[in-house]
Design a protein around this ligand. Sequence first.
Ligand code: SF4
Length: 408
Amino acid sequence: MKQESSKKRVNVRRTEIMEMVEKEITGHYQSDLVDSIRKRDGVLTLPRTEFILAREFGFCNGVRRAIDIAYAARRVFPGARLFLIGEIIHNPEVNAQLDSMGVIRLPWKKISAEYDTLGEDDVVIVPAFGVPLEFMDELESKGVTIVDTTCGDVMKVWKRVKSYADRGITSIIHGKSTHEETRATASRAMGSGGNGKYLIIYTLEDAKQLVDCISGKISPEEFMSRMDGLFSVGFDAKSDLKSIGIANQTTMLKSETKQIQEMLKAAMEERDGSADNFHVFDTICGATQDRQDALFKLLERKVDMILVVGGYNSSNTTHLVEISKEHVPTYFIEQAGYIQDITKIKTYDTDEKKVKIVDAIPALADISRRLKVGITAGASCPGNLIEDTICHIARLRGDVIPALEELR
Ligand code: SF4
């Protein structure tokens, strides 16, 4: 397998193009109301409701860059067939905007018959999570123009797992095996020679199984049967756990990642008498970390409820929900309309992994006291969706949002 595609990437972020793109993106996603609230220390106090925004939420630089590039590609290649592998980021609003601009989605799980139709006149956007190397090889073989929006933080993880492979270290990828980013990272963990090894773990239970295998509590065969499908071709737990190196999907939960690192380090030390064969490099990106830290700060403000706004398939958003729901009633919504009325909210249950309509806390309907509503959003959520959410709740509770001039 080849390493990164050698095809020259096109720079679509030209000054004259970006001026137009900036206007479009501002028109689609920016919120003056949210910007004004941010300037007021993140607090909007109305007679019946106080909204408190997390200090860090919404679009990260990597997401914003990916959207910029996708919009720019549409302008640079106005007449070309413009494709996108999967979703540009995990937010339905943003993906729907690209659909409406004539961007055609290609499957991301496997290279299917749609890829056979691609040719030299076509342009294909690679999403912010990146794609596995075989997809890049396929695009190159078709001679398409590649517009690559892969985030630099994701590429740092690739660099790390490649270096593990080149040093004979098996990569332990802490991530969701079905997530685009983890699939892309796994393909890089094969290293320059294509014979690197990797194993994907997602939960603490997966990590415990690995610890049990390292410490001999379960046999390598038993371990491999339990983790079937989560390791590279040729991986053998008997010989490939001598030296291991951890790398994370960039959007994991910091506390869980730390716990997994400690569990594995302790198991290796116990087995070998030292941690020489244990390698770790924290690859959670700064944007994910900042949003998790900001949420902990928001929780200190003693809010009555928290709304987490974002795509249900967004990993970093899901982790915000997991943190928040341990402390305060939390609702995970993709858009304002999911607050159906003052008593019912459509939310995604991260334990049951399904969308449910649940009773809202009674205080949402009680306008006799001022309700404190905390709001945060994942790195892929645009500001306009936060504004919609604030306005919707204010309307339901009979509050009126002041004119922007009054907020400045
Ligand atoms: S969440 Fe992190 S890895 Fe993902 S696009 Fe943003 S900065 Fe990059």
